[in-house]
Ligand binder design. Structure first.
Ligand code: APR
Length: 235
């Protein structure tokens, strides 16, 4: 079999079938919380307790969640393809499913970092970040999350990964948040096929590559697509 490089770019929708709410759907997180109050550097500065509590709740919830058939199908492709996952999600369900190369664009829920030195990153045991917890440089710890208005340090490495793709699969993202959404334009050339699995209508207006939209939820559409690609690439 011709071993292809498959890059999978995921958003909140890939974890929706595991019971984690997305952000912008009608029942999404941003319908219940104001971004400015829980997910910005200003919020952390002026209302630390609320930000820490918000992520403590997300972390507590995520500890009860398990990968769904979509995550598992993505991981299974490693048996016959060179697979890299780029996720906007802060959960670790791709890792739990067995994906070995996962790049987190927007940080990771199960890690904290120093407010002063972004390179001092620590795994957290359990769900609770205590408000008085500090890093070894003495600075308060904060969630290892990229807030709105902050730079996205993993964006450049992610672009390089996308540029290597023979096939790009996009799952469960509204493609509404930048720079993440622009990753789809970093494919090598106009021939690279893009497959999109999403029950909604992400913003694909500017995509010029061959695009197949599988309008299914992740736990159904991703295993179908993986099976289809496995059969096609085996020919
Ligand atoms: N399976 C697959 N996709 C689904 C499912 C499902 N069961 N349910 C909903 N979706 C799709 C929606 O149709 C939508 O296109 O998931 C997408 C979710 O979009 P958003 O809520 O905008 O999530 P995402 O694109 O990941 O958000 C990007 O925004 O708030 C920030 O940092 C946060 O990483 C996040 C970023």
């Amino acid at each position: 079999m011709n071993r292809k490089k498959i890059v999978v770019f995921t958003g909140a929708g890939v974890s929706a079938d595991s019971g984690i709410a997305t952000f912008r759907d009608s029942d999404g997180l941003w319908a219940n919380y104001r971004i400015e109050e829980v997910c910005t550097p200003e919020a952390l500065k002026h209302n630390r307790a609320k930000v820490v509590e918000f992520y403590n709740l997300r972390r507590k919830e995520s500890l009860t969640k398990r990968p769904n058939a979509g995550h598992l199908a993505i991981a299974s492709m490693e048996e016959w393809a060179d697979v890299e996952v780029i996720t906007q999600n802060v959960d670790n369900l791709h890792e739990q499913a067995g994906s070995s190369r996962v790049l987190h664009l927007h940080g990771e829920l199960m890690k904290l970092r120093s407010e002063r030195n972004p390179d001092l990153i620590y795994p957290i045991e359990g769900w609770e970040q205590r408000l008085d917890a500090t890093a070894e440089d003495g600075a308060p710890l904060r969630p290892h999350i990229v807030f709105f208005g902050e730079s996205v340090p993993m964006f450049d490495p992610a672009c390089k990964v996308v540029a290597e793709a023979d096939i790009l699969i996009v799952v469960g993202t509204s493609l509404a948040v930048y720079p993440a959404a622009s990753l789809v334009y970093y494919v090598r050339d106009r021939q690279v096929p893009i497959y999109l699995v999403d029950p909604g209508n992400p913003d694909t207006a500017m995509m010029r590559n061959p695009l197949t939209h599988i309008k299914e939820r992740g736990a159904v559409g991703v295993p179908q697509l993986v099976e289809q690609l496995r059969n096609e690439l085996a020919k």
